[in-house]
Design a protein around this ligand. Structure first.
Ligand SMILES: [Zn+2]
Length: 307
């Protein structure tokens, strides 16, 4: 039975249509690595000369040589920066080609997220208006390079979706993220509530979409204290591991929802993880509706079972 639902944070309308459900084991897993792809990868240790000059690293060594643990470089094919003000950077999660965020040791995962936060903060302090943080994992999720990486895209304006969500918070005169955490705790969609609260929203924008947030967090990810970043790193590693146990190594997006700089409207940042199990197609483009083929409560139960 299909049902129309509105997301409480974003207002996005979703048709939950479990009747269309494809069983998880029929979702397409990613193709295995080929040695040739690794040898020619610009993000692998030893191939540093194949990226634009690096802007930051952790670890040791000189810029654009091995020795790094996390490496930040400008995106070679930026969305902004040429003709449109802004900055587009890539954060390479580790020197290892096949180690995704879920596979990093906990200290390394925390370090990665601290670097990502600091890059967002750097651009906002330099005068950019909004910093969008995201991970595209797998080709079907938008990654053109297989080597695990995150991206920060800083803009000099507030993007329309962010504007819309800020308006919802202002009109509600409530902390909608805190409300959503409370609802998740009383609902079957709760996946985990240990430091970060992790849940499958009733109006998930796709099968196995998952949201995580911290009680009492502020408006901006770039201003989050180290302790909050560490909590999110732990939660994200756990969740990506659980998704892999349930679905296999499927493509996914991680999206940080954060307020812009100098924003007077209230906000409470959160993170969405969206496995890319189906393709956004004609119906979605024509209507602005999303279709979720797995009942979010059932997805939550499966993720819990896999932990
Ligand atoms: Zn690589």
């Amino acid at each position: 039975m299909s049902e129309l639902r509105d997301d409480s944070l974003t207002g996005v309308r979703v048709i939950v249509a479990p009747g269309r459900s494809t069983r998880p084991d029929t979702f397409r897993a990613q193709a295995p690595l080929s040695p040739a792809a690794v040898a020619s990868c610009p993000f692998c240790a030893g191939n540093e000369h194949e990226t634009p000059p690096e802007v930051a690293r952790t670890g040791s060594g000189q810029p654009d040589t091995p020795g790094w643990r996390v490496r930040v470089v400008p995106n070679k094919y930026p969305i902004v920066g040429e003709g449109l003000a802004g900055t587009h950077e890539v954060i390479v999660l580790s020197p290892a080609h096949n180690r995704s965020f879920a596979d990093l040791d906990p200290d390394a995962a925390r370090e990665v997220l601290l670097v990502v936060r600091d890059r967002a903060a750097t651009h906002l302090m330099a005068g950019c208006t909004h910093a969008q943080v995201f991970v595209n994992h797998g080709r079907a999720a938008g990654a053109s390079i297989e080597h695990p990486h995150a991206q920060v895209l800083a803009l000099d304006f507030v993007p329309p979706f962010v504007e819309l969500v800020l308006d919802r918070f202002a009109k509600a005169r409530r902390d909608l993220t805190a409300d959503a955490i409370d609802e998740a705790r009383q609902d079957a969609g709760l996946v985990r509530d240990d430091g970060a609260t992790i849940w499958c929203p009733p109006a998930s924008i796709g099968a196995y979409s998952v949201r995580m947030a911290l009680e009492g967090a502020g408006a901006r990810f770039d201003l989050a204290p180290d302790t909050d970043i560490a909590t999110i790193a732990t939660a994200l590693q756990w969740l990506l591991g659980a998704l892999r146990r349930v679905l296999g190594d499927v493509p996914y997006n991680v999206v940080v929802n954060s307020a812009p700089r100098d924003e007077p409207r209230p906000f409470h940042w959160w993170v969405d993880v969206v496995p890319r199990l189906t393709v956004t197609a004609g119906f979605e483009f024509g209507t602005g509706l999303h279709v979720c083929t797995v009942e979010p409560d059932a997805a939550a139960a499966a993720l819990l079972d896999a932990s």
